[in-house]
Design a protein around this ligand. Structure first.
Ligand SMILES: Nc1nc2c(c(=O)[nH]1)N[C@H]1C(S)=C(S)[C@@H](COP(=O)(O)OP(=O)(O)OC[C@H]3O[C@@H](n4cnc5c(=O)[nH]c(N)nc54)[C@H](O)[C@@H]3O)O[C@H]1N2
Ligand SMILES: Nc1nc2c(c(=O)[nH]1)N[C@H]1C(S)=C(S)[C@@H](COP(=O)(O)OP(=O)(O)OC[C@H]3O[C@@H](n4cnc5c(=O)[nH]c(N)nc54)[C@H](O)[C@@H]3O)O[C@H]1N2
Ligand SMILES: [Mo]
Length: 774
């Protein structure tokens, strides 16, 4: 990477999360990207009742917010979008695509906002401007020319609003396919697939207010200091109230330990901070199911002991009896799981597991939060279900101050699912679309993200249309994915900024610029709002107020409608009417999804409204009408990791990135400055291999038999880090070369980005003492 500063700093970070460091980072980001006048307006209105929803993350806003909720990474996301830099037709004319390919992600997006619709011209190897109408007509003609609608893939990024996503799925389904690869397939798909079976809804059950009532919060596999910074404010309140926070994560993450609130003048001035997680447990990468089964096993013992001693039961027997099924099978499974196996896979000791169980047993109201550390595994779906099991054992679902809290990624990834972006639509959804719009949507299930890439690779899919995102770089296995993309006949990207996916050219390529969420969206009836749904099922309006980056931008809904009209001349959908006034889109959403009753009216409410969540009410929408304890066979996260006797790699976000977008090269809380080519490892593992901080290593991925493969990442600099044994960590997306396309959860299809058995080279340690299985 040519942007590396060789005088890098790798030094432990001593401060708390948030605080002055956060403010300085924001100031730097803004100075670099925005004009002063705009930044004040923009930041002040983020997550305000009348403003736009922050594109940073899906953590909800307090209902009573009187001043804007300030967060470093939200501010970065906004300034990145509201930049004054532009990627113009002149820029494209001056740089061939081959030349741009040589640039890194930071440099590509750093050119600023896309301004004009562009089409690739092979003769000059450049993108050239094209009129919108011409682009629509040509794309429409192409799409009509394919015999099989299932040879087209419609990708959705979780940034898309409900309105854009609803029109997108309508267009694709009227065209004739359920091929909806979407960023949720790489993110919380195990939640969407696992929880409906367990508790009847594929979403979290808590509301923000529940954090005011809980006694215990378990944070498993997520890094809020970086990825959901506004959550730190909530955790700070939880901690100040005297409730307990326990973090379970292979890496010690500063954001889970201590936080200085930029909203608190006292903490800012006194340089003090609030302790967050009182206890921190380092689980081995991929060891969560083992840890969870261990905790449940201790719980059974505590329960028996309590009964013997005539004390209050530890399990909520009444709840289990009245509301659940499958407890006996779970119990049998836990009893059959050996402690030895649990220690091996979790990397944790009995006392640690027992401590978690004791805290849990003594808490009346527990919330479990989790993120990508749980989902992005070969057994991601089962991991999620083990969390649900643990909560159900003590009746912690559908109770004030308790519940399951998946931390969603993109600010509207949950909403996109709600309004129909799914490759596995239910009959109810399809019947409803048919009834409301009068066309027959296809019944055959479509492709998720991995399946879409496989279909493209195998020549079954010919066209890829991406509503946002950087699919090629975000998905696993760039070696396979990049080659596959180059076989496409038609590639259409709708984006705000240039990224690598746009440079992977098929035969016909279009790059179409869209309005960002911060910008004014004016249509026939005037300025429009869109809506989003946060991690806690709250739906609210978002209205941009900045001047659009160029006069040629289209809103995502308008762009989708333009494509649909050009592709489907006999469409049954009134596209113009809906684009003229987005409240008609919301009427249509309400007509298809009854949960959106009085949609337009309810978003007038500043905080919006909460979608009905059956599990929160202890109504179980499962086939048996009860919550279901789910048995996971074994605990072995990945058969390879047991055979290989070496290390398991997890891939992470740095503090200076938004997915594949790089804002900078620092990872402040982990003490890394100016570079990303690092590998985090714990001191013992390094010592065993006679390696020291700063040493260079090569990393080689192992196959299911534990044999070295050709997948490798060379020349990484070791960073000794306080983390679990048997585990190493590197940054995403650089480390995606290590993840084979077919390494994914069998149930949800999510790539196993966070459990990649590897070995280090040169590694002269004899296999039996390598210590990977401690
Ligand atoms: N600033 C910023 N905000 C973001 C994003 C961003 O890139 N930048 N991305 C957005 C999106 S789309 C998403 S999905 C979320 C992601 O938010 P997170 O879920 O926080 O994402 P990650 O950084 O991938 O990893 C989370 C944590 O999982 C831990 N972990 C890794 N492997 C394991 C494991 O095997 N077990 C356990 N228990 N933990 C493990 C890591 O140490 C890390 O602390 O954030 C959203 N918000
Ligand atoms: N190894 C590894 N791989 C991972 C992960 C991991 O933890 N480890 N995480 C996975 C996860 S959780 C996710 S969600 C994916 C996401 O990964 P990405 O696809 O990278 O995520 P995005 O942030 O959606 O995409 C960034 C692009 O979106 C475009 N964009 C930004 N704003 C807008 C907008 O308002 N409209 C439109 N149309 N475009 C816009 C810009 O052009 C920008 O280049 O990566 C996944 N890949
Ligand atoms: Mo995500």
């Amino acid at each position: 990477m040519k942007h590396q500063n060789k005088n890098i700093g790798i030094a432990p970070y001593g401060g708390s999360a948030g605080g002055w460091g956060a403010l300085k980072a924001v100031a730097d980001a803004i100075r670099g990207q925005m004009s002063v006048k705009q930044d004040v307006i923009a930041l002040f209105k983020v997550n305000q009742p009348q403003g736009f929803d922050c594109p940073g993350c899906a953590w909800p806003d307090p209902q009573h917010a009187s001043s804007f909720e300030f967060c470093e990474n939200g501010a970065k996301a906004v300034s990145w979008e509201a930049t004054s830099k532009r990627t113009t037709p002149e820029f494209f004319a001056a740089h061939t695509v081959s030349e741009l390919w040589q640039r890194n992600a930071f440099e590509l997006e750093g050119e600023g906002r896309l301004t004009h619709p562009m089409k690739y011209d092979a003769a000059t190897d450049t993108y050239q401007p094209i009129e919108w109408e011409t682009a629509f007509r040509e794309i429409g003609e192409k799409l009509r020319s394919y015999d099989d609608p299932d040879s087209v893939e419609f990708y959705t990024s979780g940034r898309a609003s409900n309105e854009a996503a609803f029109l997108w799925q309508l267009f694709a389904r009227e065209y004739g396919t359920n091929n909806f690869p979407d960023c949720s397939n790489m993110c919380h798909e195990p939640t969407s697939v696992g929880l409906p079976v367990s508790i009847g809804v594929g979403k979290g059950t808590v509301e923000l207010e529940d954090f005011d009532h809980c006694d215990l919060v378990l944070c498993i596999g997520h890094n809020p200091g970086t990825n959901h910074p506004r959550m730190l404010g909530t955790l700070r309140e939880v901690s100040k109230r005297g409730a307990t926070i326990v973090a379970i994560n292979p890496l010690r993450e500063r954001g889970l330990e201590r936080f200085t609130s930029p909203q608190s003048p006292i903490e800012m001035l006194s340089l003090s901070s609030t302790e967050l997680a009182s206890t921190y447990y380092k689980v081995r990468v991929g060891g969560d199911a083992a840890m969870l089964k261990g905790v449940m096993k201790v719980l059974l013992t505590l329960h028996d002991k309590a009964l013997e001693a005539g004390e209050a039961p530890v399990l909520d027997e009444a709840f289990i009896h009245e509301h659940t099924e499958g407890f006996a099978a779970l119990k049998a499974d836990l009893e059959a799981t050996s402690w030895e196996h649990i220690f091996k896979v979790s990397g944790m000791e009995y006392e640690e597991i027992q401590n978690i169980a004791r805290l849990y047993a003594s808490s009346e109201r527990t919330i479990i939060c989790y993120g990508m550390g749980i989902t992005q595994h070969q057994y991601g779906t089962q991991n999620v279900q083990q969390i649900a099991n643990l909560l159900l054992m003590r009746g912690n679902i559908g109770k004030r101050g308790a519940g399951i809290c998946p931390l969603r990624g993109h600010s509207n990834v949950q909403g996109d699912r709600t309004v129909g972006i799914t490759e596995i639509p239910s009959d109810t959804l399809l019947d409803s679309i048919e009834k409301v719009f009068g066309f027959k949507p296809p019944r055959k299930h479509g492709h998720g993200a991995v399946a879409a890439i496989q279909a493209i690779r195998d020549g079954h899919s010919k066209a890829l249309l991406c509503l946002g995102g950087n699919l090629a770089e975000a998905i696993s296995d760039p070696q396979v994915t990049f080659e596959a993309m180059r076989k496409l006949d038609l590639v259409v990207h709708m984006a705000t900024k240039l990224n690598r996916s746009h440079l992977l050219l098929g035969k016909h390529n279009y790059l179409l610029p869209v309005l960002g969420r911060t910008e004014t969206d004016r249509q026939a009836s005037g300025e429009q709002s869109v809506t989003v749904e946060d991690s806690m099922s709250m739906v609210h309006a978002s209205r941009g107020m900045l001047k659009p980056a160029s006069n040629w931008l289209k809103s995502e809904p308008a762009l989708v409608a333009g494509l649909a009209k050009a592709t489907l001349p006999n469409s049954k959908v009134e596209w113009d009417k809906m684009i003229g006034d987005y409240s008609f889109i919301r009427d249509a959403i309400e007509a298809v999804f009854p949960a959106f009753k009085n949609f337009n009216e309810r978003i007038q409410n500043p905080g919006g409204f909460r979608l009905y969540n059956a599990a929160s009410e202890r109504v179980w929408l499962t086939p048996g009408g009860k919550a279901q304890f789910m048995v996971m066979e074994g605990i072995n996260e990945d058969p390879r990791s047991l055979k290989c006797h070496d290390l398991v790699l997890t891939t992470l976000r740095s503090h200076d990135q938004y997915n594949t977008t790089l804002y900078g090269l620092n990872d402040r809380y982990r003490g890394v400055t100016g570079r990303r080519d690092v590998l985090f490892i714990n001191a013992d593992e390094a010592e065993k291999r006679q390696l020291r901080s700063g040493d260079k290593v090569n990393m080689v991925a192992l196959d299911p038999q534990g044999q070295a493969t050709s997948r490798r990442l060379d020349n990484l600099t070791l960073v000794i880090y306080d983390m679990a044994p048997g585990s190493v960590a590197a940054y995403y997306p650089e480390a995606n070369v290590m993840v084979p396309l077919d390494s994914h959860d069998t149930q949800s299809g999510i790539p196993a980005y966070k459990s990649i058995p590897i070995l280090l080279e040169p590694c002269e340690m004899p296999v039996e003492t390598s210590g990977a299985l401690r």
